[in-house]
Design a protein around this ligand. Structure first.
Ligand code: CA
Length: 234
C-alpha cells in the first residue's frame, strides 16, 4: 500500500489475460481499484467515460491498437497518464507510443516491481499536478492549507519551522548549507555564524522524526542539512 499516493483508479487494457490478471492482482494488492479491458475499442470507451488516474495500455491489441487508442484519447481531451506496454524493447514502438501521447512505456516481459515503479512515478506526477502537496516518505506538507502530517499524525509547526520545512521539502535529497537555508528561510542579512538554524532544525526534527521511522532530517557535519528518505553516506 502506497500511503503517500492513496487509492487510485487504474485501467488496464491488455488482451493477454494472463498478463492482464497479473497486473490487476498486483495493483489491487497495492490498494488500487483496477478495471481490465481486453481490446482497444472497449478500453478506449472505458477511458472516455470514467475518470482514471492512470491507463496501462498494451500496444498490440485486437480491434484497435494502443497507438490509435492513445492518439484518439488525447485528441478527445483525455489527459490521464498512459503507460504503454510494448512487445519488445523496440525503439520504434517507444517513439510511436510517445508520439501518440503516452507518458512512459515499458517493454515486455517486465518484472512487476518495474511496472510498479513506473506506475508510482506516473501517479506521483499526476497527483502533483492536481495538488501541490509536497511528500517525502509518509511526511506531507500542503502549501495551501499549510497542513503538515506524518503518517496519520498532524504536526503543529511555528511559522518559522513551517518555512524551514517547506524549503527542505522543496529541496529534498539535496544537501543544504546553513548559508543557503539562512538566505532562503531567514533573510539576506542572516548571520551564518549564529546557531539559530541548528536550534530550529532540532525543534523540527523533534516534531517530524521523533517516534517515526525512518529518520528524514539528517545533519552532515561541516556541510549542512539534508532531508531525505535515505540515510546520507557516512
Ligand atoms: Ca497484446
Amino acid at each position: 500500500m502506497n500511503a503517500t499516493l492513496g487509492r487510485m483508479k487504474i485501467l488496464v487494457v491488455e488482451d493477454e489475460e494472463r498478463v492482464a490478471h497479473f497486473i490487476q492482482k498486483g495493483l489491487k494488492e497495492e490498494g488500487h481499484a483496477v478495471d481490465v479491458s481486453y481490446d482497444g475499442e472497449d478500453g478506449e470507451f472505458l477511458a472516455e467515460i470514467n475518470d482514471y488516474d492512470l491507463i496501462i495500455l498494451d500496444l498490440m491489441l485486437p480491434k484497435k491498437n494502443g497507438i490509435t487508442v492513445c492518439r484518439e484519447l488525447r485528441a478527445g481531451g483525455v489527459v490521464t497518464p498512459v503507460l504503454m506496454l510494448t512487445a519488445r524493447d523496440s525503439v520504434e514502438d517507444k517513439v510511436r507510443g510517445l508520439d501518440a501521447g503516452a507518458d512512459d512505456y515499458l517493454p515486455k516481459p517486465f518484472a512487476f516491481e518495474e511496472l510498479l515503479a513506473r506506475v508510482r512515478a506516473l501517479l506521483r506526477r499526476q497527483s502533483e499536478s492536481k495538488t501541490p502537496t509536497l511528500t517525502l516518505a509518509d511526511l506531507e506538507l500542503d502549501p495551501i492549507s499549510r497542513r503538515v502530517t506524518r503518517g496519520d499524525k498532524a504536526i503543529r509547526l511555528t511559522t518559522k519551522e513551517y518555512a524551514l520545512l517547506e524549503y527542505l521539502m522543496r529541496n529534498a535529497g539535496k544537501v543544504l548549507s546553513r548559508t543557503l537555508i539562512g538566505e532562503h528561510v531567514w533573510d539576506m542579512n542572516f548571520d551564518p555564524e549564529s546557531n539559530v538554524i541548528d536550534v530550529y532544525i532540532s525543534h523540527l526534527r523533534a516534531k517530524i522524526d521523533k517516534g517515526f521511522e525512518p529518520a528524514l532530517l539528517h545533519t552532515l557535519r561541516g556541510q549542512g542539512y539534508l532531508l531525505s528518505n535515505d540515510a546520507p553516506p557516512a
